[in-house]
Design a protein around this ligand. Structure first.
Ligand SMILES: Nc1nc2c(c(=O)[nH]1)N[C@H]1C(S)=C(S)[C@@H](COP(=O)(O)O)O[C@H]1N2
Ligand SMILES: [Mo]
Length: 253
């Protein structure tokens, strides 16, 4: 690893304040996003329809064969090497009412129950998790391909980024190509068992493409955007919790 800017220690958790998602902190709500996205689309759609079929670029990304990363055999799993790394501890999640929201620049916003997620095709993989802090672990993750969920939501033709909002207030953003890679999963199993809460239950990202801080745990909302988000107060770029402290955005392995 070349010298990474040392992030400042995270702001201590103020137990007196409710933990809000980054979308709420940024002043966005799901409704705001849908309304905003619709406004843009109405303005832009006549041109888009003249020059390209709707969704062409996005469909190319989703269906383009992407290079597969070699996986490890199950015998290589290192069950004791995965260190829990959470910036502010475990969130409380109401599993009975849990919904995975998919919103933003998509034709079909989704609100999926865990059962609905589990009904999608299952994929497991043994990959190396690499934390920028200097440790790594070979882990088996099982779950669904994020591309299957994005395909259901149908990103619009201008979509470029995918934000992940987590129940602990963490967030990150990915390029659409990495998000639609066939080995980028929303995982609900770790090493053949349901993911423990501290590792991100009920749903966490798992991908051999990127460093650990891009592997969001406790994912509750997926937001597809054309551009990076900016904080409404000061227009500062919002690309991710650690990314906004100076960690590299793409963070490829
Ligand atoms: N929501 C959320 N996701 C997160 C983090 C976090 O603090 N909150 N930490 C990240 C970091 S830095 C790493 S290395 C991995 C650690 O995953 P683990 O705790 O399951 O080992 O989770 C990533 N995803
Ligand atoms: Mo990490």
């Amino acid at each position: 690893m070349t010298a990474e800017p040392t992030p400042q220690p995270p702001i201590p958790d103020d137990e007196g304040l409710p933990r809000r998602s980054f979308l709420q902190i940024a002043g966005y709500t799901a409704f705001g996003w849908i309304a905003g996205a619709t406004g843009l689309t109405l303005l832009e759609s006549p041109l888009n329809k003249l020059f390209e079929p709707v969704n062409q670029k996005v469909e190319e990304l989703i269906f383009r064969p992407q290079k597969l990363i070699p996986e490890f055999p199950k015998s290589a799993i290192e069950p004791d090497q995965l260190i829990v790394n959470s910036f502010r501890g475990n969130p409380v999640i109401d599993l009975a009412n849990f919904r995975l929201e998919v919103t933003g620049e998509v034709e079909k916003p989704l609100s999926l129950s865990l059962d609905a997620v589990r009904q999608l095709p299952y994929k497991s993989m043994v990959i190396r998790h690499v934390c920028v802090e200097g440790w790594a672990a070979i882990v088996e993750w099982g779950g669904v391909r994020l591309s299957d969920i994005l395909q259901m939501a149908q990103p619009k033709s201008g979509a470029r980024y995918v934000y992940f909002d987590s129940a602990d207030g963490y967030f990150s953003s990915w390029d659409l190509a990495s998000a639609t890679h066939p080995q980028t999963l929303l995982a609900y199993e770790k090493n053949g068992a349901p993911i423990p809460l501290e590792n991100g239950a009920p749903l966490r990202l798992a991908s051999p493409l990127k460093l650990g801080y891009k592997q969001s745990k406790w994912v509750t909302r997926i937001l597809v955007t054309n551009d990076f988000l900016r904080a409404p107060q000061n227009q500062q770029l919002m690309r991710g919790y650690w990314e906004d402290f100076g960690y590299e955005w793409y963070a490829g392995l």
